[in-house]
Design a binder for this molecule. Structure first.
Ligand code: PRT
Ligand code: ZN
Length: 285
């Protein structure tokens, strides 16, 4: 039987979270030492460990069938691969930053400037689209140092908390792209491998849905039951059971992490009591 070959970053910001995702999807690997490759026990899958920069090309070439990379690498390498799923972790943005002492009136201020970056393809596409003519200097690392050593007027780099920019006397002036970890796939997978990919994506969706949602139980005064149900519609509709105390019901539902605090406030205003929120292990959607 064929195995689905997945490329994962060997060591870096994506490695642990990607391996953890596989683990939560019920796929344990027999080789914890992360050499070059390892084989899963409970799913026909083989992991190849690579530098993140190399993953899009290896997937295009079919050395790996799929890979997990930052969306920034997917965009920069512009390989012939498909983005098949977003994973929501390792979020960051790619931004232009300039020395904090300089003024900034908009993109046109970048005309004639030197911009240092490790992402020339993304940057040049963006500048061309916006009619800005700047000099793009390609550096493979420590891009944030370029203005202070006088080799660039601005940088285009990954920003997460922003503290690297601040400690190098820079300020963010344009966000050009947002990025998160994504699954990319080869465009010519055979039927057997495509089926394995579908199975894996199904498991991944269940893991992600579970981590994005919470199970909620509460006691609701019957007079506000309908309004409370409107606030927490759940997967199909909430479970409602009468409490032993007259005039009250117990309501069980599923709540999205995104709107969590907003919804809790509304529930309290509607007189909900004894609110319990419980993590969900897996959610089959
Ligand atoms: O060795 P290999 O080539 O495999 O790894 P790498 O060093 O190229 O990549 P790695 O492990 O640093 O990052 C892998 C992916 O994580 C990136 O491609 C992004 O998609 C994502 N990611 C998320 C980040 C960050 N957050 C991040 N903060 N990648 C890099 N950074 C760096 C950034 O370069 C900058 O120097 O962190 C600094 C900024 O962070 P803040 O928090 O100070 O703003
Ligand atoms: Zn890299």
């Amino acid at each position: 039987m064929e195995k689905l070959r997945i490329a994962i970053q060997k060591s870096g910001r994506l490695s642990e979270k990607s391996l953890n995702l596989l683990k939560e999807a019920g796929i344990s690997l027999n080789n914890g030492s992360r050499k070059l490759r390892s084989v899963a026990q409970s799913f026909p899958l083989e992991v190849i460990y690579l530098r993140d920069d190399d993953i899009p090309q290896y997937v295009e070439d079919g050395v790996a069938h799929i890979g997990i990379v930052g969306e920034n690498e997917y965009a920069e390498k512009a390989c012939e691969v498909d983005l098949v799923h977003r994973l929501g972790y390792s979020r960051c943005r790619l931004s232009i930053a300039i020395p904090k002492s300089e003024g900034y009136g908009g993109l046109e201020d970048l005309n004639g400037k030197r911009i240092a970056t490790s992402y020339p393809v993304i940057l040049e596409n963006y500048l061309a689209e916006h009619g800005v003519r700047a000099d793009v200097h390609v550096l493979s690392g420590s891009v944030e140092l370029a203005p202070s050593i006088g080799i660039a007027d601005a940088i285009f780099d990954i920003v997460s908390s922003g503290s690297t920019l601040i400690s190098n006397g820079l300020k963010e002036v344009e966000v050009i792209m947002k990025s998160e970890a994504v699954v990319v796939a080869n465009r010519n997978l055979n039927t057997e491998i495509s089926k394995l990919l579908d199975d894996l994506l199904f498991r991944i969706r269940s893991v992600l849905a579970a981590s994005n949602n919470k199970y909620i139980l509460l006691n609701a005064p019957n007079k506000n039951l309908e309004k409370i149900i409107d606030v927490i519609p759940g997967m199909k509709s909430p479970t409602v059971m009468p409490l032993a105390e007259e005039g009250w019901s117990s309501v069980h539902s599923v709540l999205s992490e995104k709107t969590f605090w907003e919804v809790i406030d509304q529930l309290k205003d509607l007189g909900a009591q004894g609110i319990l929120v419980i993590p969900i292990e897996k959610m089959i959607v």
